[in-house]
Design a binder for this molecule. Structure first.
Ligand code: NAD
Length: 443
């Protein structure tokens, strides 16, 4: 099939490379010229395990191309995925400007003949967006076309696997033609029997937000339980195991920590609250989820200032982990943004390490790097010499079994604030650390 994917970010690039892998002719279009130039040379602008070989193969075999000419890309394609960003607007609603810009371009670029186009929103968009996309295209053309909603459930860090072997594919359609073409397109991805769930467009649009809001709710729920554990001296990791083995609950997404971040949960919870309010539906459950998360992002800093005082001038802190989660370089809405800035605002210096997010950190923290309040270390142990404490903000694998003797020797005092509960309090006691974690007794 001839496919155009518009927007070549974390989602569009994986989607484009994935469809090229199954033999389709794919062109990925983006308005970011620098990104397209790098991709055309086979350079991957993001860290995503397994993506590079897919892109290399697609390029080498001529099934995958990159362009900044969005109009030409959509003119020549039968199947068009819109995968541009939908950032939060000022009122929390999803900003559809990029999505609708692309829809206008599709309308203006509609050729007079050729197969009827199928236009699919892959971006996470509020219920009702497909209708707006349809109107935007219709303003420029009388030709027949089809709109669909096909939300993407991939996780950064496991995006290629998630896309190539999805738990399920959700597709909202309103024509039999679109349904048949998309069933054919996804057939190679669901050979083991995972379902392609066809439904009406509104239900598909809501499914994506409901999934992310549910996951965010689980995290905030456990952070709330962690707060109670901390108050009474219980251990949230034991409670997690205690409830996660109930098959109605399940073990995933029950880890207490410094709060959820990333490019999806924060903005999608906000956008869903906005949609619900517009529809007169009570959103207080999700407002609570947000409140818990906002508090959770401040919690480690509060625990730290409880020990060192509000004035951190003259102190240095080591930070391990800046990405919002492991296996990605994405720092959008990462708890590290608030925590590192919180330390610096109180006068501290920070030396931080992340295995993959260094370029992102250089962008997000350009001001702190310029004035010297933050330094990025090559190696995680390089953060430690002379630091008053180590803070752990991302559960990268190399941080899970570190050389504790080395940490103890290099820190000014053996103090760890663990925002991801990587170590057991018992082990930390044996190793001689003062150890503060989330929802567990301090050692
Ligand atoms: P991103 O910011 O990484 O990429 C978006 C890309 O769109 C950018 O490269 C940008 O230059 C491009 N773009 C913007 N306007 C454009 C236009 N008019 N024409 C062409 N290109 C344009 O975003 P992302 O993380 O890939 O997310 C894209 C969408 O997918 C969002 O709606 C997001 O909520 C959703 N989503 C993201 C994830 C994820 O894990 N990142 C998972 C599922 C769904």
């Amino acid at each position: 099939m001839h496919i155009a994917v518009v927007g070549t970010g974390y989602v569009g690039l994986v989607v484009g490379a994935g469809f090229a892998e199954t033999g389709n002719d794919v062109v990925c279009a983006d308005i970011d010229q620098a990104k397209i130039e790098r991709l055309s040379r086979g350079e991957i602008p993001i860290y995503e395990p397994g993506l590079e070989p897919l892109v290399e193969r697609g390029l080498a075999e001529g099934r995958l191309r990159f362009t900044t000419d969005v109009a030409a890309a959509v003119r020549d394609a039968e199947i068009i995925f819109i995968a541009v960003g939908t950032p939060p607007g000022e009122d929390g609603s999803a900003d559809l400007q990029h999505v609708l810009d692309v829809a206008e371009t599709i309308g203006r670029s509609m050729p007079p003949d050729g197969p009827e186009k199928i236009v699919i929103t892959k971006s996470t968009v509020p219920v009702g967006t497909a209708a707006k996309v349809k109107d935007a295209i219709r303003r420029h053309t009388d030709r027949a076309f089809h709109v669909c909603s096909n939300p993407e459930f991939l996780k950064e860090g496991a995006a290629v696997d998630d896309f190539m072997k999805p738990d399920r594919v959700v597709v909202g359609v309103e024509s039999e033609h679109a349904r048949q073409r998309l069933a054919e397109l996804y057939e190679p991805f669901v050979r083991t029997g995972n379902p392609v769930l066809f439904m009406d467009i509104a239900s598909a649009e809501i499914t994506k937000y409901a999934a992310n809001a549910m996951l965010a709710t689980r995290i905030s729920f456990m952070n709330m339980v962690a707060e109670l554990c901390a108050a009474v001296g219980a251990d949230v990791t034991r409670v997690r195991k205690g409830i996660g083995t109930d098959e109605r609950i399940g073990p995933a997404f029950l880890f207490a920590g410094v709060g959820y971040g990333g490019s999806c949960f924060p903005k999608d919870v906000k956008a869903l609250i906005h949609t619900m309010s517009e529809c007169g539906v009570d959103a207080s459950l999700l407002q609570g989820v947000e409140q818990v998360n906002a508090r959770q992002k401040r919690l480690l800093l509060e625990k730290l200032t409880a020990e060192f005082g509000e004035d951190l001038a003259g102190r240095t802190f080591a930070v391990w982990g800046l990405a919002f989660k492991p296996e990605t370089d994405d720092m959008r809405e990462a708890p590290s943004l608030e925590i590192v800035r919180g330390l610096v605002e109180r006068g501290a210096r920070v030396v931080a390490h992340d295995p993959e997010a260094r370029p992102e950190a250089e962008r997000h923290f350009a001001d702190l790097l310029a004035d010297g309040s933050l330094r990025l270390a090559e190696h995680n142990y390089d953060c430690l010499p002379g630091a008053d404490a180590l803070l752990i903000l991302t559960e990268w694998r190399p941080y899970r079994q570190p050389d504790f003797a080395r940490i103890r020797q290099q820190l000014r005092a053996p103090v760890i604030f663990d925002g991801r509960n990587l170590y057991t309090p018992e082990r930390m006691r044996e190793e001689g650390f003062h150890y503060v974690s989330i929802g567990r007794p301090a050692v």
